[in-house]
Design a protein around this ligand. Sequence first.
Ligand code: NAI
Length: 343
Amino acid sequence: MKIAVFDTKAYDKPGFEAVGEKTGITFKFFEPKLNEDTVELAKGFDGVCIFVNDTANAAVIDRLHELGIRIIALRCAGFNNVDIKHCYGKIHVVRVPAYSPYAVAEHAMAMLLTSVRRIHKAYIRTRDFNFSLNGFTGFDLYGKTVGVIGTGKIGRVFIDICKGFGMKVIAYDKYLAEDAGLEYVDLPELYRRSDIISLHCPLTEETHYMINAETIGLMKKGVVILNTSRGALIDTDALVEGIKARKVGAACLDVYEEESDIFFEDFSGHIVEDDTLARLISMPNVIVTSHQAFLTEEALGNIAETTAENLLEFEQSGACKNELCYHCGRVDECRKHRLKKCF
Ligand code: NAI
């Protein structure tokens, strides 16, 4: 199989080169993101391998189909950037459902600790030999209530980490994990009771802008919001207003709704066009990382391995357990009951 890998960064290559040698799959690496302007690069390949900020909309899918592409191999878990329904009957889509839930959950906790103990500020201050502690008063996580939205793989690891800190955990999920021994509450109650809110659910029509002016209004004053999931779970303008109003005490963002043309690129020395992002970064109680929660050696290895397994499974048996359900576009309800391809 010949696979065109889009949006390739230096750190992606070693893992894919290693599994390529092992499996015989040829991976050709392209730096540009997949979109309507770059789709022609896929000519002559059997499949494309894409990441979170590539675009597989209807126009791109139609052109990929015309070019003979049979499979889109997402090297990530989220798939909001692929028009799954439009793929139905044309191109199969597989994903990497989990590469390291620990990587993402640990990053969420790293951001939380950095924020509440002002490590990001202290690091800069001591490098300048300024040993003053003014403005660095934090708070204990012990005994605080964390509200976790989405109790899947990452959410559950994050919950375990929080329990290790002696935090009280409440949770919301559309599909309850009855065996998890969690205190599930509805969203309004979660917003009202949580000192810290961490988002671990997928971006869907239903969850789009779930954090907005109205829901921020329900939250405790000083709430810390963590988002390592997808940017558009949060209405960023409403978040900025919430921070300016001193309602939101801090925000830790590994994802941003307008990240696709910005994150993963070096804009140092440039004027950033995005005023909302610039405003957020200017705030002392906001920490932004550029979608790096997944970036551990373990996760990169797993991404390459699972992508290769997906491609081989698809090529050899015609079905793949990590195929996304085109027909209904839902992953949670349908996939586990399905033993064959969608079409
Ligand atoms: P998962 O599929 O194991 O868990 C997602 C959970 O969200 C499930 O329990 C599901 O029932 C729940 N859910 C679905 N619809 C919901 C709704 N409307 N409201 C509340 N909960 C809902 O996924 P996993 O592996 O835990 O990943 C979670 C998210 O993390 C992904 O969707 C992805 O967007 C993001 N992610 C971010 C990464 C990063 O580097 N920042 C890396 C990997 C994933």
